[in-house]
Design a protein around this ligand. Sequence first.
Ligand code: GLC
Length: 451
Amino acid sequence: MTTSNKTMQQQGQQVLPDEELVKRVRDLLHRNMVSGERAGFNYHFTKPSPGTYPFQFFWDTCFHVFTLVALGEVDMAKKHMRSLFEMQRPDGFVGHMSYWKRLWPGRVTDLLQLRPEDVVKLYKPHMSALVQPPLAAQAVLRVYQADKDTAIVKEMMPRLKKYYRWLAENRDFEGEGLLSIISPFESGMDWKASYDPVVGYDKGKAGPLLFWKVIQVDAFNFFKNYNLPEIYRSNKFIVKDVAFNTIYAQNLNALAKLCAILGDEDETHFQEQASITGQAILRHMYDEEDAAFYDLHGHHYKKLKIRTGTIFFPVVLRSVPREVCQRVLERHLLHKDGFHVPFPVPSLAVDEAAFNPDESLYLWRGPTWVVFNWFLQELLLDRGFTAEADNLLQSIKQLITKSGFREYYNPFTGAGHGAEDFTWSGLVVDMIKRQREPEAYLLFILLSMAS
Ligand code: GLC
């Protein structure tokens, strides 16, 4: 038993043993997994939640890859990666959703997230016209780190390069290294409160009016036929999201590392791009006074000063000076200014007007999602905040023990909300892995596979 497990038991808070968590995550992923062949394409993916999200999603697939690798299922992880790029367009684009088996979207308004020409092709596999946080290079790197198989890197490299080039050429409108999203759903944090001023919503807590305001953004893009230069010129929803761009910088770095593995001369190019993006994040998004990184809106990069859980994200970047990193973490994570809850990290600061810790159609406006902790844990470990990193992991273990694998959790009570049998919460196995010594983890995985 680890020291923190002991501490929690002394406090009367039981958590499932790691072996049991690993077993449950493995069962969950396999239950939600589907594979097959359709219209000449091979697919193999895991549904984030069989009831609520039965489709292949872009960043979800990358989370599944991290989880599968942590479970020791590296071949399965490779199949997921291939499936993600199976329908890649010749120009490099990959949509945030791939519709393989079930071809009709969950919500009729999601039809607006397709290119108009694809709406008439709903009878066959297709992709949405949106993107999601570009975690793919890191996912491939993680696969490579597991079995040192250069063949998978070689196989994925042309696809990855095309994809990241598409992003740079089509979403870095100003050529400064920062990517813009054109719909709230592209951030992966659909109803994120920092976008409220952009869509013209000023009522704080979410309600039906917010729904219509946000859907209007998708409708506008749809009627513009997803013509990106025109959408940019309109300056309606042009947002540089902190998390999206941090992930972009990290992945350009990962892509450079993958190039290095193959001896590919593009290594320097992607390395330089990563550093340009890192510097632009610091220059434009960091707010000294608030010790926070903010999303930006429009042609003039207006800071959207609402403290969502992503105000921390860029501290994972090497280009962010240590003092800045220290200030942001101390203020909001360690002293918990705005983020003081029993089950961290909430998706929105508790004193923001939009904060709602409960179940809601309007996601990402208060509850705790496993992914934020997963994201921050690596940084904390990296920078020597071992105890804080462990706290984030223990919080997740408690949430899963108490409420199972749910989409998100009430940060005060730990009650589970949203989608059921939700796979992202399986990232806990990757967190356990990171917290342990690598050799000890390997032994532990072998034992849990044998049992
Ligand atoms: C929700 C999330 C999004 C995720 C999708 C499937 O829409 O906001 O990030 O990709 O569910 O899990």
